[in-house]
Design a protein around this ligand. Structure first.
Ligand code: NOJ
Ligand code: CA
Length: 559
């Protein structure tokens, strides 16, 4: 499928500077009133996204799924989940996005399938020792009767990473590996069927005009051949870990060869398709190893997302990110949130010295005092900071509205499998997945049609105040700030890919210049910050006071 004129085929390096908007389809817009967002909902809002000024959308998994992990349990990689729509609608969405200049990135889930995937069902039916079981990771248990899991690996969602099956004779039998929910069996990447299934799935969607893929759990595909115990080894591995020490199931060196083969698939297209890896590895050099020229194009920068709102740690992570990416010639990405982490407004609302934000879904974190007005100021400043840094940026739907995490969803209404997996100890990720508010009032604040079913997660009573329609009418809104920032960025030769040079502006500030003629000044401290002489303020995240930058405010400058 060729691209329309509004997207230039000549711009093959678009991904080096792209602003990608993440759409969690369940939560974006519900066209048919069943309470769940869908593809036609996305289509109905493409003009909103074009007006916002994003270069691409990343759509979380939209494939057939029993929805045990909101679509990350895929039962068919080359079809559309009926709740979300049809293949014809998906193809129309891709074409319509392209027509308004927006590229489309899908989400591929290669670490595990759904337990309802035909291959897993066949593996269950075929029994121990069968060829069908080879596509997954089945093992006998430990202990006299095999009653203990094969090793000490733990699920990301709580409890052991193994589930025991009942064999055809009705007796407890083998165990299968599942690093996430029990309904998400890990596949065996040593198996040629698995390799072929995924490269064929990439081609299937590339042939339909899709511009790239976000790769789920990219650092998890390969497991230590002996399935050795973790034995207390922490992950991410600490910075000073000797290079010969590897974690048995994260970031195994064998993953790189898989992505080299994927790159060949993507490069065979015109224009070449692109990848962004979801890679939680901590150490910069292990992240950028995935971004060597023959592997993935980009990876989410989670170290930036995890950094507290403090000048020192922010500067440190920015500096080390840029240095590491330079070694492989890949652009950095700047990420403030996604569907797995607490929204930035609520993270930054807490005392930053006390928390290492990221996965703060525990009661102890929620109990920390939160000042949402401060969090919102900081999130606005962080938006200008992240959009000014060299490389690309991600915006998770709702960030442009300054939405806070919804922290008071009743336990019974929570859907995230982490809640059940941890016996309610971890409150899960639903708080950032609450369906978006489009209008000030109405049954679902414009998420679905009037009179439709209630949204799949309850929206808070004050949701309408953050609605798109409200913010469109307010020139000081966060939406207005994002629109202006993206408009400036799009036309500015200094922004996107490139370099920066730091300017010394005091202990509680970050300041840098980019050529030609651009500066970004950010005040993390309590005292107002003087701006440099002769610079004109192009955009600021808050009002200046007597020409100075107040606390928790960022400004874009023209020199
Ligand atoms: C990462 C995804 O972002 C998350 O939502 C999901 O639960 C896990 N991978 C498992 O697929
Ligand atoms: Ca729907």
């Amino acid at each position: 499928m060729s691209l329309p004129a509004s997207i230039s085929n000549a711009d093959q390096e678009w991904w080096r500077r792209a602003v990608v908007y993440q759409i969690y389809p369940r939560s974006f817009a519900d066209s048919n009133g069943d309470g769940i967002g869908d593809i036609n909902g996305i289509r109905s809002r493409l003009s909103y996204l074009a007006a916002l000024g994003v270069d691409a959308i990343w759509v979380n998994p939209w494939y057939p799924s029993p929805m045990k992990d909101a679509g990350y349990d895929v039962s068919d990689y080359r079809a559309i989940e009926p709740v979300f729509g049809t293949m014809a609608e998906a193809e129309a969405m891709i074409a319509e996005a392209h027509a308004v200049g927006i590229r489309v990135i899908l989400d591929i889930v290669p670490n595990h399938t759904s337990d309802q995937h035909p291959w897993f069902q066949a593996a269950l039916a075929a029994g121990p020792g069968s060829a069908e079981r080879e596509r997954f990771v089945f093992r006998a248990g430990r202990g006299a009767g095999g009653e203990l899991p094969p090793n000490d690996w733990m699920s990301e969602f709580g409890g052991p990473a193994w589930t025991r099956v009942t064999e055809a004779d009705g007796r407890p039998g083998q165990w299968y590996l599942r690093l996430f929910a029990p309904e998400q069996p890990d596949v065996n990447w040593d198996h040629p069927d698995i390799r072929e299934e995924f490269t064929e799935s990439l081609r299937f969607w590339f042939d339909r005009g899709v511009d790239g893929f976000r790769i789920d759990v990219a650092h998890g595909l390969v497991k230590d051949a002996g399935l050795v115990d973790i034995d207390g080894l922490p992950f991410p591995l600490p910075d000073d870990t000797p290079e010969h020490i590897e974690h048995p199931h994260w970031d195994q060196p064998g993953v790189h060869e898989i992505f080299r083969s994927w790159r060949e698939v993507a490069d065979a297209y015109d224009p070449p398709r692109v990848f962004c890896g979801e890679i939680w590895v901590g150490r910069d050099h292990r992240l950028t190893a995935y971004l060597r020229p023959d592997e993935l194009h980009t990876a989410f920068n989670f170290n930036f997302l995890m950094a507290p709102w403090l000048a020192g740690p922010m500067r440190e992570t920015i500096t080390s990110t840029l240095a590491a990416h330079a070694t492989v010639g890949a652009p950095a990405t700047w990420v403030l949130g996604n569907h797995d982490v607490c929204r930035p407004v609520s993270r930054y609302a807490r005392p930053q010295e006390l928390v290492s934000p990221g996965f703060p879904h525990l009661q102890a974190y929620l109990d920390l005092p939160a000042d949402l007005a401060v969090g919102r100021r900081r999130a606005r400043a962080a938006a200008l900071l992240s959009l000014a840094l060299p490389g690309g940026a991600y915006v998770f739907a709702g960030e442009e509205l300054g939405l806070a995490e919804v922290e008071d969803i009743p336990l019974a209404a929570r859907q995230d499998p982490i809640v059940a997996g941890t016996g309610g100890e971890n409150l899960g990720r639903d708080g950032c997945r609450v369906p978006l508010p489009w209008t000030a009032s109405g049954d679902s604040y414009g998420f679905g049609p009037e009179g439709g079913a209630a949204p799949w997660l309850p929206q808070p009573a004050d949701w309408g105040a953050s609605a798109v329609a409200v913010q469109e009418a307010d020139t000081d809104s966060t939406l207005a700030l994002y629109r202006q920032a993206l408009a400036v960025r799009a036309g500015h030769p200094a922004l996107g890919d490139g370099d920066l040079s730091w300017v010394e502006a005091g202990e509680h500030a970050l300041a840098f210049r980019r050529d030609p003629g651009f500066g970004c000044w950010v005040n993390f401290g309590p005292e107002p910050l003087a701006l440099p002489q002769g610079a004109e303020v192009v955009l600021a995240s808050g009002e200046l006071v007597a020409g100075e930058l107040p606390a928790d405010t960022a400004a874009w400058l023209r020199f």
